[in-house]
Design a protein around this ligand. Structure first.
Ligand code: HEM
Length: 505
């Protein structure tokens, strides 16, 4: 008898479903973008699984076009790979694409959408983004940051010079990664803190988890996957570790200074605690929310700048003509016997600025960034339905031959005699994204990259290690939140003849 009921129920549900599809019309007629063939359950995953997914997606986009459809597990995904499509998405339809992709992992690290980077578009995101921009980029903070950068660069120069006098190699990758961490730590927490190593190590685990897709992210609706996969538990464990450290730091700060820091000295944590005390924000600033925002600042601000510096030096040592021209400009503009060069010394270094622009084109630190469609939208004749994840491939866009002649060549001169910059007006060049969700750390990042590069090129001549040649230097990539070098860059630093100007500690 039960069998008859089940049969009737199934027949009825199928009929209702068919009627719904027939009469609701719209979505079944959607013209989705082309894409590679799919398999049941996993969709297109087998086409993109790779240690360097940005390159895989680039290859696929050459076959399927600038707007390509993929099904990643359960999630419909579109990859945008041309300036034209990116412009339609990020400028013409900015609001429709101003949500961020959601996933189980992002929701955990983003404190259920109450941070900045993983938050859905809306009032909460607007509040937190404003807090970040105002507190991070206020005139007072910019001045404070200049002192921090100059100090950290001074430390870097000392350690390189000390090593160079002993004939040691410089592990360039490790040095710039440590510097980026220290600059952001001082911006956020005011200085080194006792939990710093533990915090950075937990963040490191978190960045790896955020950049891979665990099974629960690919099949969020499957209870079976939730039970069997370890992914969610692992993410929660790392998240809890990070939040515990932040809670400790906040408690210590409140105990030592009652949460109040002198306004001139105020770091980002001090600013957040002040806002918490004043309690005038629409949405309360709990310690968990603070932890999630600080996570974004570290995630956005550390590996990205380190990656830009690492690739800059990789390109310079393998393009001696460009290295010589950049060094000549810096040494000529700044003159002899300078000590630590600061951000206010950088006017007039046009070629060096073009070198940095070219690095951000050829090696965009964030080669793919993700948004999500808030409503149905049409891009270049294809329907992108509400809830679809959209990856913008900066890697592909900055290799479009229509805009970039011989795109694989490293040629800073391509930025001469034009006004192309990275502020988001030129869709063919958007290393910091564009529109409402554009990177709020652009000035912070470029100021760090500028000052580090100017000092390193002014004070040293750089050489490949013995036995290595331009042709054999490995340029393999490692994909995480950003794309960095797979193998650390080791170089010889030879103090320039007038580098006796470096201040002693
Ligand atoms: C070379 C360095 C950097 C690069 C290439 C970079 C690139 C990007 C890109 C492509 C996005 C996505 C933009 C979009 O959706 O349109 C982004 C977002 C973001 N970045 Fe950066 N970034 C860098 C440095 C920084 C720094 C230094 C910080 C903070 C101190 C930061 C904080 C953020 C945050 C919070 C977001 C999320 C914004 C939102 O969703 O509203 N980034 N970044």
């Amino acid at each position: 008898m039960e069998g008859v009921y089940i049969l009737c129920f199934t027949a009825l549900s199928t009929l209702v479903a068919l009627c719904f599809v027939k009469f609701s019309g719209g979505k079944s007629k959607a013209k989705l973008p082309p894409g590679p063939w799919t398999l049941p359950m996993i969709g297109s995953l087998h086409h993109v699984i790779s240690k360097v997914p940005h390159r895989k997606m680039f290859e696929l986009s050459r076959r399927y076009g600038p707007v390509m459809f993929l099904k990643l597990g359960e999630t419909p995904t579109v990859v945008v790979s041309s300036a034209e499509a990116a412009s339609l998405m990020l400028k013409t339809n900015d609001l429709a694409f101003s949500d961020r992709t959601r996933s189980v992992t992002f929701d955990i690290f983003g404190c259920d959408g109450k941070d900045i980077a993983f938050a859905p578009y809306g009032d909460h995101w607007r509040q937190m983004r404003k807090v970040c921009v105002v507190e991070l980029l206020s005139a007072k903070q910019v001045r404070r940051m200049e002192d921090i950068r100059a100090d950290e660069v001074g430390n870097l120069l000392h350690s390189i010079t000390a090593g160079a006098l002993d004939g040691a190699m410089v592990n360039f990758s490790k040095k710039v990664s440590a510097l980026s961490n220290d600059v952001v730590s001082r911006a956020v927490f005011g200085g080194k803190f006792k939990q710093q190593d533990e915090y950075i190590s937990e963040l490191d685990k978190a960045f790896t988890l955020v950049s891979g897709s665990s099974l629960v992210d690919l099949f969020p609706s499957s209870q079976l996957v939730r039970w069997f996969s370890n992914g969610e538990r692992e993410v929660r464990k790392v998240y809890d570790g990070i939040q515990r450290i932040i809670a400790e730091i906040v408690d210590e700060r409140k105990a030592t200074s009652h949460g109040v820091s002198s306004t001139d000295e105020e770091d980002l944590l001090g600013a957040l605690l002040r806002l918490q005390r004043e309690d005038t924000l629409q949405f309360p600033l709990t310690t968990d929310v603070m932890g999630a925002v600080l996570f974004d600042i570290f995630a956005g601000g550390t590996d990205t700048s380190a990656s830009a510096l690492e690739w800059t030096m990789t390109e310079l040592v393998t393009n001696p003509r460009v290295m010589a021209k950049a060094q000549q400009e810096i040494r000529q503009v700044l003159g002899e016997h300078r000590t630590v060069i600061t951000n206010s010394d950088l006017d007039g270094l046009h070629y060096m600025q073009n070198v940095i622009k070219e690095v951000l084109r050829l090696h965009p630190p964030v080669p793919l960034f993700a948004r999500s469609a808030r409503e149905d939208c049409n891009i270049m004749g294809y329907d992108i339905l509400k809830g679809t994840d959209v990856f913008v491939s900066l890697f592909a866009i900055s290799r479009e031959e229509r805009y970039w002649e011989n795109p694989e060549d490293f040629k800073p001169e391509r930025f001469e005699n034009n006004t192309i910059d990275y502020h988001g007006s030129y869709a063919q060049y958007i290393p910091f994204g564009a529109g409402r969700r554009q990177c709020p750390g652009m000035v912070f990042a470029t100021s760090t990259v500028d000052i580090v590069l100017a000092n390193l090129l002014y004070h040293y001549d750089w050489m490949l290690p013995d036995g290595a040649t331009i042709a054999t230097l490995d340029k393999s990539e490692k994909f995480r939140l950003t794309v960095s070098r797979k193998y650390d860059l080791e170089l010889k630093a030879i103090p320039h003849v007038w580098s006796n100007g470096i201040p002693s500690k």
